[in-house]
Design a protein around this ligand. Sequence first.
Ligand code: MN
Length: 193
Amino acid sequence: MKYTLPALPYPEHALEPVISRETIQIHYGKHAQTYLNNLNDMIAGTEYEDMSLEDTIRSSAGSLFNNAAQTWNHIFYFNTFSPDARIVPQGSLAHAIVRHWETFENFQEVFVQTGKSLFGSGWVWLCSDDAGHLGIRAESNAGNPLIEGLTPLLAFDVWEHAYYIDYRNRRDNHLQQLWSIVDWRVVESRYKF
Ligand code: MN
């Protein structure tokens, strides 16, 4: 087995009430684990066993892509949160956000609206290009901006499994609440400008 799911950097109850212990147990412990198990099964004995997860995402399609990207996306997503998050950006990333969206609050609103209006399952991403320019992208299903050569900085999962236990159908309410646990120290560490 090439891949194992890393332990989260906080206890299962630590993000309550924004994300409940039950959701962590089901979402990370079951959904993310299943994508990872599927990935391990699919790559066994193939060239992908010697490849990084990022390169596997960039060079695969169909079911292998879906399980590889969902593995990467969930580890990335859950490692963005902290029970003692610094909930506003600083430094070069803060400047880039204000340059693009005028205010941090406006960026947050556009990000949530993008996630709210994504039809079906998927992810909303903040990403950077090679020049440090930022963008918000909505991606269906397992979609990840890595395959377009962009650097992911932040992702919100808008699959129903991310919020249905705690928020039922209120996706936009869930997305709004996530801002209180996003640790911008982590997001800034992904921005190399
Ligand atoms: Mn998910």
